[in-house]
Design a protein around this ligand. Sequence first.
Ligand code: AMP
Length: 407
Amino acid sequence: MSFQGLGLLKPVVHGAQRMGYVEPSPIQLQAIPVIVAGKDLVASAQTGTGKTAAFALPALTRLKTGKNSIRCLVLEPTRELAMQVESAFRDYAYFMEMPITLIHGGVGYGKQRENLTRGSDIVVATPGRLLDLLKSQTADLSHVEVLILDEVDRMLDMGFLPSVRQIIEKCPRARQTLLFSATIPEEIARLSSWCLRDPARIEIGARRSPAETVNHAFYPVAADQKFDLLIALLNRTHFESILIFTRTKEGADRIAHKLKAQEHSVAILHSNRTQRERVEALEGFKGGKYEVMVATDIAARGIDIAGVSHVINYDVPQHPEDYVHRIGRTGRAERAGDAFTIMTAEELPHVKEIERFINQTVPRLKLENFPYVYTALFNEDEVEAVLRKARGVRTHKGYSFGRRKRR
Ligand code: AMP
């Protein structure tokens, strides 16, 4: 099946072909005809499935040509995603006259105001800045024909749903609405029945399964050996580019600092960094200037970093969905990738939760010749018994296998 039979405009097909796309991905095959026909849609799909083109190509087809008023609005949870989606729209619209504007916080208002005043048919925005521009009457949503709510579960996690609702209220009722979300919890189902009309529903792949092209494993270790194990993993892995996730921004800074001291070229991505630093980190990592990027979850969702060969979770993600998204950074678009998760005994409950969520047992691996201080970590029954006991005895701060000093 090619892109030709899906009802897309010719220049749009050429735009996709120019990007090297030969065949539509499964979500594109299902979503494009529905969107071209003007229907509302609720879609859930794993990251890296070609979701952006699944909505962008038919949205461009419906818009046909630029008219200099906002007719397609795309809401994204993070600046990075907004930038990525805006740039994808530009690529697909390469053979069309279609002004596109990117709106997000962390930068000045001037250029965004200027672009909106000049007239844009497509606006890709994060909710906060767009609301500001609506309040100052710089943006007018009364001509919106296609409203795209992307990564809605992430917008929910980030507390954006009230802003999203306010924005939707400024759009005409007669419009097409497309909602993309990895999961559809109660609040999103409510939002969906409020703002969509008789939507088609698409679910691609097992929603909970990690990308099938990723080999993943847990590496148990004592808490005070985590960094040593990370270094040992890095030294023994042949990688092109590696993304390391930490739970906190401080953790990301600390690890990046230590890695730099070991002569690694390191980019850092988290929300305490300035917009300029975030762009520089992402561009530098994509372009090969940095071989390692240390990031918090901000980078976990949807960001397309082609060629990430490895992902390391320095901490076990506390939400099982984040595990799937984080390791989804590697193995994108059918390329093989590896994902390692360093785990300590205290994180065992999160590990179990992840395994329940993805309905798989993830192998526990031991790095050969690494000077482990506690091999008992590999016997989880034993670990669990100790944890239960520790929980009973100590109710604060917890118990760590890593407390004992290494010789
Ligand atoms: P997304 O899920 O939208 O982030 O897309 C993941 C990656 O797949 C991006 O690098 C896209 O450029 C790429 N991609 C999307 N659709 C196709 C396709 N039909 N053929 C090949 N690559 C694609």
